[in-house]
Design a protein around this ligand. Structure first.
Ligand code: AMP
Ligand code: TRP
Length: 340
């Protein structure tokens, strides 16, 4: 994307990020990535692999480079387009972490301790890394350093976005009006449950389907999906409204087929195994172009590196502009400050 493009009719800016836990899964796709892809035409989009966030959880340093690369491949595979969006890796723009340190000055510890994700992630820890507490401060910096106005995320991130708005307000009140208050744009898909049918689909729970999985693996994974728990025998009538497989059908299967799928379930004319087969086929077909593009990028990793280099360069130039202003307003450009 060229700098001068769209002069006078500046598109609203969008930022979103995802942690590099490897390939993206169905929950990431329905909850976030699908929306990112759709936003590229209307907005000036920044999409980031947030590797600096990844070090706050359990992580293995030697695995991180591959995971970062694989998530970037997933971004490109689903259709994030480097000619329209800025796609980059967080640690390539160290200004994010610099700004998060400065935001620490206006962020109450109490606000951070109230975050649901913090409480969940630390519930079983005997020693809590301060990074887990500060995680949302870095997230606020990610967004605000580009003065982004809109942040497409899953609903679990709403609280972090509220905090980012609060940080922007507090900082502006003390140092001047630099940051817009970003708004979360929550996808309509809600919280996607995993194949176990009970917990949120999440890599750490092993209940996911990778969006880049090969057809055999997709079939194998979907075969294990839990359906309506009350439908014990093949002849029992099923309840689509209580079946996670049906919910996934609603997201992924041709809408014209849905009434039939629901009816065949209710009347026990079709068994769950066959119903899951239809879902697997829908996923296989929907993700076929993603697999194709991923194959291309894995065979040509230098293209991915070049895309991420370009993205980081554009991101850095904007991040530096914001930092110059922030540093000056906070008295951290002391040489110039002396002569003022
Ligand atoms: P994570 O994989 O938890 O880093 O999440 C990355 C993005 O995907 C965030 O915007 C999440 O809200 C979204 N996301 C992750 N898992 C799910 C899920 N099971 N359902 C809906 N959205 C999800
Ligand atoms: N915390 C987000 C998640 O777990 C990832 C993230 C980091 C993010 N920085 C961000 C999302 C900035 C939106 C904007 O999904």
């Amino acid at each position: 994307m060229s700098e001068g493009e769209g002069q006078g009719e500046r598109k609203p800016r969008v930022f979103s990020g995802m942690q590099p836990s490897g390939e993206a899964h169905l929950g990431n796709y329905l909850g976030a990535l699908r929306q990112w892809v759709d936003m590229q035409n209307e907005y000036d989009c920044f999409f980031c692999v947030v590797d600096d966030h990844a070090i706050t959880g359990e992580f293995a340093g030697e695995a991180l480079p591959t995971r970062t690369f694989e998530l970037a491949v997933s971004f490109l595979a689903v259709g994030l387009d480097p000619s329209r969006s800025t796609i980059f890796v967080q640690s390539d723009v160290p200004e994010h972490t610099e700004l998060s340190w400065l935001f620490n000055a206006v962020t109450p510890v109490g606000d951070l301790e109230r975050m649901t994700q913090y409480k969940d992630k630390t519930a079983r820890l005997s020693s809590i890394p301060v990074g887990l507490l500060n995680y949302p401060v870095l997230q606020a910096a990610d967004i605000l350093i580009y003065r982004a106005e809109l942040v497409p995320v899953g609903e679990d991130q709403i609280q972090h976005l509220e905090l980012a708005r609060e940080i922007a307000r507090r900082w502006n009140a003390r140092f001047g009006d630099v940051f817009p208050e970003p708004r979360a744009l929550v996808s309509g898909s809600g919280r996607i449950l995993g194949l176990d049918g009970s917990a949120k689909m999440s890599k750490s729970l092993g209940n996911t389907v990778s969006i880049l999985a090969e057809p055999d693996e997709i079939r194998e994974r979907v075969r294990t999906a839990v359906t309506d728990p009350q439908r014990v025998r093949r002849t029992d009538p099923g309840r689509p409204d209580f079946c996670n497989v049906y919910t996934l059908h609603e997201h992924l299967t041709d809408p014209a087929l849905l009434p039939d799928i629901a009816e065949q379930c209710r009347t026990a004319q079709r068994g769950c195994v066959e119903c899951k087969g239809i879902l697997a086929d829908a996923i296989i077909e929907r993700f076929a172009p993603f697999r194709e593009r991923a194959r291309h990028y894995r065979e040509n990793p230098e293209e991915v590196v070049a895309i991420l280099d370009d993205g980081a360069e554009r991101a850095r130039s904007l991040a530096r502009e914001t930092m110059a202003e922030v540093r000056a307003r906070m008295g951290l450009d002391w040489r110039k400050g002396l002569s003022r």
